[in-house]
Ligand binder design. Structure first.
Ligand SMILES: [Mn+2]
Length: 282
């Protein structure tokens, strides 16, 4: 008898999986706590998750096939090279399985820009559901064009429609850019958008008492229950990929990593009960 434990109890190939997990441990432009170990500790937290979701009355792990594809081999210090690797990796993953639901674990929020660049090649009508304490809409920060607090500006420039939720730290420049780029702060309006969605969750959207180890923490955030209530109002069945970023966990059993694992489970669970995995149901 062989007893093995991986991220998911039973792992499938990328080609056969319904859900593919990918880590992107990039933490170069981060100005707060380092977030490069986020994927490691979120994976450890996923291993301890109970399968059954009492609220949704389902067990995603028995209904769907999972795969942990590993981490993108990033280049510390170089966003240019890292972005090329993210885009190349996602192109390759989509060639293996274009129907899989990809979940990326960060890593700093700049990774979302590279992910969106790759997904935009395939999904022409793509909107971003952006959960964050920060607007991330600066054009430049400390002389850097590409940073964890400018990426959303450049995502909008790619032609991605942005819906933001939870913003409580922003600036006059970002608000001006938000108006120019037609960024919506009414996430309930997202369902009117005709196309696919990408969901990005910066853990700092939550209150620091809920997720304390994040890149840059902001007080007066929401609880995990409140986040899950908002999730019910978004068209999860049309979300084709997601990320959970800015996890600054430094050890196992960190509350940020544990919360991130639970967010992963709820996103997949909601997508499943909304029919977002029609092909997976048997
Ligand atoms: Mn943030």
């Amino acid at each position: 008898m062989l007893y093995l434990r991986r991220t998911f109890e039973l792992e499938h190939s990328i080609a056969k999986a319904n859900v593919v997990l990918v880590g992107i441990p990039f933490s170069t432009t981060e100005i707060g706590l380092e977030v490069k170990h986020g994927p490691v500790f979120i994976r450890e937290a996923i291993k301890t998750l109970p399968g059954y979701d009492e609220k949704l009355k389902i067990n995603i792990f028995t209904k769907l096939k999972f795969c942990d594809a590993g981490d993108v081999d990033i280049v510390p210090g170089s966003w240019k090279l890292t972005e090329e690797r993210i885009v190349d990796s996602i192109r390759w993953l989509l060639e293996q399985n274009e129907r899989a639901f990809f979940v990326f674990l960060g890593g700093e929020h700049l990774i979302t820009l590279g992910i969106l660049k790759a997904l935009k090649e395939r999904y022409k009508k793509l909107a971003l559901l952006h959960f964050d304490a920060h607007a991330d809409l600066l054009k430049e920060y400390a002389g850097l064009k590409y940073s964890h607090i400018t990426w959303a500006y450049y995502a909008a420039k790619l032609g991605v429609k942005i819906f933001q939720y939870g913003i409580r730290s922003t600036s006059a420049e970002e608000e001006k850019n938000a108006r120019e780029l037609k960024v919506s702060r009414n996430i309930e309006e997202a369902s009117k958008f005709k196309g696919k969605f990408y969901l990005s969750v910066d853990l700092d959207v939550l209150d620091p008492s809920v997720a304390s180890e994040v890149g840059t923490k902001e007080p007066l955030g929401i609880t995990l229950s409140e986040l899950f209530e908002v999730f019910k109002k978004i068209p999860m069945e049309r979300v084709i990929a997601a990320d959970i970023v800015e996890c600054a966990a430094k050890s196992v059993n960190s509350n940020s990593a544990n919360v991130a694992a639970n967010i992963f489970k709820r996103i997949v669970g909601l997508k499943l009960i909304r029919g977002g995995f029609e092909h997976a149901k048997s």
